[in-house]
Design a protein around this ligand. Structure first.
Ligand code: NAP
Length: 301
């Protein structure tokens, strides 16, 4: 079997077109969505993510500004900036680029963001709303992106066994809630695996839908996948590659070639979940602007 590729770049482009129309709707009410991105330090991967996000904002008509702080700034410096942005009416969403340098307590930083301006949907108020199945707050971008990829691929999790490898607050745990919600496009039976899971393959082989968010290249290989499963690879890892001019390339957590032979659908890295994460960030920003103005929220279906 050769799996059908779930093209995250194409799905994200479709969603961005939809968001461009939403931005137009808001413009007619004199509202322009604004995103404040915060970059602490000069980690090359973070710089490139923030640059990509700014470009994506410009393409759909979102005003964005990047605030850069030196890597040796204090938590108080960062919280002061967030306090200012919380009350700056130009910005409807605030995004501190993660990961922050090691001396920061990321949870504390996220806690200082006004929950209505929480671009990533990771503030405890918004995670609480997610847990209660409320529809009135931003959803975490990567898990929401995975849900949209499944929807656009006509993969209905209802009644399916979903196995998620990884239990981070950023990806695995919020995704487990979204996938097990008693709602249309969800309703799956979810198993979460992590580093203490004994015999990982015995779980992954049971998955109708397998989501891998581990951060280790090739943590899952084809022989760990049930024939016909849908495989979503969230991982983004740099590995050495002497054939590339820059000396490295990006790979996921799933060994793509062997997985393709058994899966029915599969995402690629890059070009799978990554573009969806950015699209969902844009959606959260436009939605926050609409709600702030008392207008109809954004609906991606
Ligand atoms: P994380 O916070 O490091 O969490 C990794 C999870 O994987 C943890 O729950 C860990 O278990 C589990 N794990 C580690 N080794 C394992 C193993 N051998 N077997 C089973 N589980 C194992 O990472 P994250 O933030 O969730 O990110 C995961 C990956 O997704 C990374 O590659 C990251 O770059 C990527 N990512 C991509 C996007 C995107 O837009 N494409 C967005 C976010 C993240 P413990 O809890 O026991 O430690």
């Amino acid at each position: 079997m050769s799996a059908t590729i779930i093209d995250g770049t194409a799905v994200a482009a479709t969603i961005r077109q939809q968001l461009t129309l939403e931005v137009g709707r808001l413009a007619r009410k004199n509202v322009q969505p604004g995103l404040a991105a915060i970059l602490v330090g000069d980690d090359p991967a973070s710089v490139s993510y923030v640059t990509a996000k700014a470009k994506a904002c410009a393409e759909v008509g979102i005003m964005s500004e990047t605030f850069t702080l030196p890597s040796d700034c204090t938590e108080a410096d960062l919280e002061l900036l967030i306090k200012k942005l919380n009350s700056d009416e130009r910005f409807h969403a605030i995004l501190p680029q993660l990961p922050l340098p090691a001396h920061f307590d990321a949870d504390k930083v996220i806690d200082s963001i006004n929950p209505e301006k929480d671009a990533d949907g990771l503030h405890p108020v918004n995670l609480g709303r997610l847990l209660r199945g409320e529809q009135n707050g931003p959803l975490p971008c990567t898990p929401h992106g995975v849900m949209q990829l499944l929807r656009y691929s006509n993969v209905d999790p209802s009644g399916k066994h979903v196995v998620i490898v990884g239990r981070s607050t950023l990806v695995g745990r919020p995704l487990s809630i979204l996938l097990s919600n008693k709602t249309k496009g969800s309703n799956g039976t979810v198993t979460i695996c992590h580093s203490a899971t004994a015999d990982l393959a015995s779980f992954t082989k049971l998955a109708d839908i397998l989501v891998v968010a581990v951060g280790k290249p090739f943590a899952v290989t084809g022989e760990m996948i049930r024939p016909g499963a849908v495989v979503i690879d969230v991982g983004v890892n740099r590995i050495d590659d002497a054939t590339r001019k820059r000396g490295w390339r990006l790979v996921g957590d799933v060994e793509f070639v062997s997985a393709c032979e058994v899966a029915s659908y599969i995402t690629k890295v890059p070009g799978g979940v990554g573009p969806m994460t950015i699209a969902m960030l844009l959606a959260n920003t436009v939605d926050a602007a609409a709600r702030r103005a008392g207008l109809e929220p954004v609906s991606l279906g």
